[in-house]
Design a protein around this ligand. Structure first.
Ligand SMILES: Nc1ncnc2c1ncn2[C@@H]1O[C@H](COP(=O)(O)OP(=O)(O)OP(=O)(O)O)[C@@H](O)[C@H]1O
Ligand SMILES: [Mg+2]
Length: 233
């Protein structure tokens, strides 16, 4: 192998494909994809891919217009991901928003087959538990993929809500989770229509927590994917 080929292969190996997945609808897959994509883009080369027929990120991206801080590939066939590593493109992280309904399971499976890591957003509600655990047990674990649950929509007015669910994931369910989480904010709920991302939100009292949460979760994700941390890359 020539020096150029070695460097090329090393560079490509560094690209991480991160599927954002949970077969429970409405847990924040699209929100996590877009906001973490933005937070990561401050320091890394990021591509956001949408394979969801709902095309929520496409609509969101259109509302962001020219302030989109990452490359964006909407309306993709899940199979396109498999070929991504062969293309001479240069990204540190590829985040893939996936569908949250059972009819689209084959599309999700194709994405998981191409992924290096799975982020599993979870909202703190009892009805989200079964579909989330089913996604992990039936689709993620059989592929021996690394993954972690990220709590989303934690209500700052409910004391101990985050701790209660952290303990449940650690003991009762026994699944890896992020230490940091996203709280519930009106600014996040309004973000798709206003085209807001943590990179174009004006930093003020209303938005400071949104920016801090996404930045912390993104930093934790990078740490998870650092060779020294996992010992597996
Ligand atoms: N942390 C948050 N604070 C406030 N609103 C949020 C938060 N996370 C998500 N939402 C809102 O909750 C709704 C569902 O979120 P989102 O669309 O990201 O979920 P999803 O998992 O992608 O849904 P689907 O399964 O339908 O694709 C959206 O209206 C979104 O704006
Ligand atoms: Mg979605």
């Amino acid at each position: 192998m020539t020096f150029d080929q070695t460097a090329e292969s090393h560079r490509r190996q560094r690209m991480r494909i991160i599927a954002v997945a949970n077969q429970k609808g409405g847990v924040g897959k699209t929100t996590v994809t877009m906001q973490l994509g933005a937070a990561l883009s401050r320091l890394h080369r990021v591509l956001v891919v949408d394979v969801d027929r709902q095309q929520s990120t496409v609509w969101w991206a259109e509302n962001v217009r020219d302030r989109l801080p990452f490359d964006f590939a909407g309306n993709q066939s899940p199979k396109a991901l498999a070929g991504l590593r062969e293309l001479r493109i240069d990204y540190d992280y590829v985040l893939v928003d996936t569908p949250g309904n059972l009819e689209d399971t084959p599309a999700l499976e194709t994405v998981l087959d191409a992924a290096d890591y799975v982020l599993v957003p979870f909202t703190p509600e009892p009805l989200a538990v079964d579909p989330t655990l089913r996604t992990i047990h039936r689709l993620i674990e059989p592929r021996h993929l690394r993954y972690a649950v990220v709590l989303n929509r934690i209500d700052p007015r409910i004391p101990d809500q985050a701790d209660t669910w952290r303990v449940l994931f650690d003991t009762e369910f026994g699944h890896p989770r992020f230490e940091h989480y996203l709280r519930q904010y009106k600014a996040l709920a309004d973000a798709p229509i206003l085209g807001h991302l943590v990179t174009n939100l004006r930093d003020n009292r209303r938005t400071r927590g949104v920016i801090a949460d996404a930045t912390q979760v993104a930093a934790e994700l990078v740490e998870q994917l650092t060779p020294a941390h996992s010992g597996r890359w």
